[in-house]
Design a protein around this ligand. Structure first.
Ligand SMILES: Nc1nc2c(c(=O)[nH]1)N[C@H]1C(S)=C(S)[C@@H](COP(=O)(O)OP(=O)(O)OC[C@H]3O[C@@H](n4cnc5c(=O)[nH]c(N)nc54)[C@H](O)[C@@H]3O)O[C@H]1N2
Ligand SMILES: Nc1nc2c(c(=O)[nH]1)N[C@H]1C(S)=C(S)[C@@H](COP(=O)(O)OP(=O)(O)OC[C@H]3O[C@@H](n4cnc5c(=O)[nH]c(N)nc54)[C@H](O)[C@@H]3O)O[C@H]1N2
Ligand code: SF4
Ligand SMILES: [Mo]
Length: 738
């Protein structure tokens, strides 16, 4: 039998271990756990769930077995500088180059033999001096706006706060963003517009008080697995689940109604449901009058979305649609959960506007068993956004272009600040390509694999004058770096993390840093100081206090107050309460205290299917893997469960495409081509295919359409036109396409 590192057998044999109360590093559920480590903190032996607010001792396979990435032999342990003879810069390994017929390496992680010879080890002083000097030269010659930074939602609140402060006060630009742009940016845009706050109103586990829960464009069994267990329990006790998805999620087995809609038709569906609610007078008139504005526009807009029209447009049964709407009627308590199937469209903001409107017209906000809950993804994407890793806002969503607020932060940080909102992730990549962005600092993100249209990203990264990457592994993005800094993994650091429920919890160091690797927060400060920023801190908890000092939402919190179990923000009375499980019970944080309802009309997808590219590509996740695979493909247990890339094809489509199960196929879009195995599955609808985003050797983003939503600036990861054919011998690889 294969041995899994850290299995209980090993732990039992070990002598002298200790327990470290911390968190799972993966998803936004934010499960609390205890790491059992040897007394020198070199190895984690075992993990057990602890009684956290979000998990009550439960863990999924990643929390339980996925920690071993931190102990992987390939951890970066020394600063690296690109060798002189490695210029001009290119991608280094064959599949990252996108070469046709290039080597195809199994195992799916950066091939260190290919890449490492292009770098030499350096001292910390040399590496940091070079980073400070190069970024400073670019800033002083071309202006602060020629620099940009991608911070991390895998890091702590403290790291995110420091990172945005470095970019704003050291780079002197607001060009700072992170993976929220690829994730819930459109949901947050709609929530800020409609409600005045981007965070969830009710915690996941409040579903136990709900009569109905709408789950749209999300797949909790794989992506928020412990939350899914509470959702299933509620369903067993009588909560009716209404599931809206294009690819049947496992939770559909527990649903009262599963609506398998055509991709990208959510606006029509939700408008159709609101049509029924209004026609059958299942709405909350008092709530609409007292707590919202804009209802007339909603009523007029949804008028034309009759169940007949919508059922036809969305490909669902008319009676199911009517029944689903009735389950959300105002005399029931309903919760509204949504995910990437809603947000990652060129009309992602419109999708969220409709969900917000449905919740409001049925009076389902501000009470137990109700509320808006965009399921947040990364372990700290809520916190990283709260801390200001967003180009248009300072910490706590305070607009950078409001002169009063700018003055306040100039006083707080004792420096001048740019009044111009910065560029977003996708705009920064375009800027790199057109030469307006010349220098970048990427900390804890892997945009080469996670951004849309890989071939464009490759050209952008290659065009940069200077790129510094701070990661724990050599990543596909780091292949383009001038300097690579070895940072600290979750298991080595102290910091706070805010989960999808707004619960702020402390992660504690379980392992010693490997080799010469250094704490991420210290490195951010080291670079900041070399660029003249005021970034001297004695401890992580001091950084947290400075962050709290410029927010309203985190008031009263400190490391001491958070203690072992954390608190929900806002927390008005930390001595006597856990913080707020439910917010907006009386009013909304908008100027007049009312929610704004914004009507939306169904719009066509940016890219159309045609005879050359007849199928719609849906991309997403699977239980065992994490995004770009840098962590989970280095985890023995997780990698052995799911070692290879695949494309799911409906069996009926497979017949007409002459494809059999397990056969190698070629998937092509207007941007590129990849090769991977076919898996015939009837959970994908005819006319659609699904590819997980985790496998660099068959990188889904070679295919994806980079068009963005106008408000959220989020790319269209859930809708690109592709063709599928049996693989030809010539293309063995992530090809360049054109
Ligand atoms: N195992 C694992 N868990 C993760 C992650 C991971 O990488 N691996 N990542 C984390 C992160 S950052 C995030 S953001 C979350 C994401 O969690 P989810 O939002 O659940 O993410 P996705 O897998 O991208 O799937 C979204 C769902 O939308 C559906 N969908 C696609 N197109 C449409 C459409 O047009 N309409 C509707 N209604 N549905 C559609 C897809 O079929 C899919 O089931 O997961 C987090 N959890
Ligand atoms: N096609 C397609 N593309 C997508 C999506 C999709 O659904 N479809 N989803 C999008 C979404 S929702 C998201 S959130 C993004 C995610 O995109 P990314 O954030 O780029 O993906 P990750 O793989 O999570 O990258 C995390 C990086 O941080 C490193 N890391 C981990 N821990 C630490 C640490 O403590 N310190 C440092 N310094 N580094 C660390 C890891 O090695 C890894 O390189 O992908 C987006 N891309
Ligand atoms: S549900 Fe999320 S936070 Fe909990 S153990 Fe699984 S990956 Fe970790
Ligand atoms: Mo995400």
């Amino acid at each position: 039998m294969r041995k899994i590192p850290g299995s209980t057998g090993e732990a039992r044999k070990a002598v002298g271990f200790k327990g470290v109360d911390s968190l799972c590093p993966y998803c936004g559920v934010g499960c609390a756990l205890t790491y059992r480590v040897d007394s020198e903190q070199r190895r984690i032996l075992d993990v057990s769930g602890r009684d956290g607010a979000a998990n009550s001792g439960r863990l999924c396979v990643k929390g339980r077995y996925g920690y071993d990435y931190a102990m992987h032999a390939q951890r970066l342990t020394k600063p690296l500088i690109r060798r002189e003879d490695s210029y001009p810069k290119t991608a280094l390994s064959a599949d990252v180059k996108g070469e046709r017929g290039g080597k195809r390496k199994p195992g799916g992680i950066v091939d260190y033999d290919d890449v490492m010879p292009h770098f030499r080890e350096a001292s910390w002083e040399e590496a940091l001096e070079l980073v400070g000097r190069k970024l400073g030269e670019i800033r002083d010659t071309h202006g602060g706006d020629s620099l940009a930074g991608f911070g991390s939602a895998k890091g702590s609140n403290e790291e995110a706060y420091l990172f945005q402060k470095l970019v704003r006060t050291g780079f002197r630009t607001n060009n700072v963003d992170h993976c929220t742009r690829l994730c819930h940016a459109s949901s947050v845009a709609a929530l800020l517009e409609g409600v005045g706050s981007g965070a969830v109103t009710n915690v996941v586990r409040d579903i136990e008080n709900a009569d109905t829960a709408l789950l749209a464009g999300c797949n909790p069994t794989e992506n928020h697995p412990v939350a899914a267990t509470f959702i299933k329990e509620a369903a067993e006790k009588g909560t009716k689940l209404v599931i809206v998805n294009t690819r049947r999620p496992r939770l559909a087995d527990h649903a009262a109604i599963y609506l398998q809609i055509h991709p990208g038709t959510d606006v029509a569906l939700f408008n159709g449901m609101m049509h029924v609610l209004i026609k059958e007078d299942l709405i909350d008139h008092e709530f609409i009058d007292n707590r919202t504005e804009g209802f007339d526009e909603i009523r007029e807009t949804v008028e034309e979305y009759s169940p007949e029209v919508v059922a036809n447009l969305c490909g669902v049964d008319k009676d199911d649609l009517i029944e689903a709407a009735r389950l959300l009627s105002a005399d029931r308590r309903s919760m509204f959960f949504w995910g990437m199937g809603i947000s990652q469209h060129t009309h992602g903001t419109d999708n969220s506007r409709c969900i917000i409107a449905m919740a409001m017209i049925t009076g389902n906000v501000g009470k137990p068993g109700t509320g808006l809950h965009p399921l947040r993804g990364q372990n700290n994407v809520q916190g990283a956004s709260d801390a200001g890793l967003i180009p248009m806002v300072y910490p706590d969503y305070q607009p950078v272009n409001d002169p009063e607020i700018q003055k306040k932060f100039e006083a707080y940080w004792k420096t001048e600040l740019s009044p111009n909102p910065g560029l977003t992730v996708t705009e920064i990549m375009s800027g790199a390509l057109d030469g307006s962005i010349k220098g970048m600092y990427v900390q804890g993100e892997n945009p080469f694999v996670s951004d849309p249209d890989t071939n464009k990203v490759r050209k952008g990264l290659m065009a940069l004058d200077f790129l510094v990457v701070q990661d724990i592994f050599m990543t596909e993005t780091a292949e383009f770096a001038d300097v690579i800094l070895p940072g600290s993994s979750f298991m080595e650091k102290l910091g706070t993390y805010t989960n999808t429920d707004r619960r702020v919890q402390i992660g504690r160091p379980a392992l010693a840093l490997p080799g010469d690797a250094r704490q991420d927060w210290e490195l951010i400060c080291e670079i900041g100081k070399r660029l003249g920023a005021d970034m001297d801190y004695a401890s992580v908890s001091d950084v947290f206090d400075e962050f709290v000092g410029c927010t309203t939402e985190y008031q009263n919190l400190s490391h001491e107050v958070l203690g072992r179990d954390g608190k929900w923000y806002p927390c008005h009375d930390p001595d006597n309460s856990e913080g707020e499980r439910i917010v907006f019970t009386e009013s909304f944080p908008r100027p007049n205290g009312k929610a704004k309802l914004v009507a939306a009309r169904q719009s066509p997808p940016h890219e159309k299917v045609d005879t050359e590219y007849p199928l719609v590509l849906n991309t997403g996740r699977m239980l065992e893997h994490w995004h770009t695979g840098s962590m989970t493909r280095r985890s023995t247990a997780l990698h052995s469960i799911s070692p290879e890339a695949f494309v799911e094809i409906n069996p009926n489509d497979a017949v007409s495409l002459h494809i059999t199960d397990g056969q190698m196929v070629e998937v092509r879009s207007r941007r590129g081509v990849i090769q991977l195995k076919a898996q015939l599955m009837d959970r994908v609808a005819e006319g659609s295919v699904f590819i997980p985003m985790h496998f660099r050797e068959a990188c889904a983003n070679v295919l994806t359409d980079p068009a963005v939503d106008p408000q959220g600036k989020i790319p269209s990861f859930k809708y690109s036109a592709v063709s599928v054919a049996p693989a030809s011998d010539e293309v063995r690889h992530t090809g360049s396409g054109n």
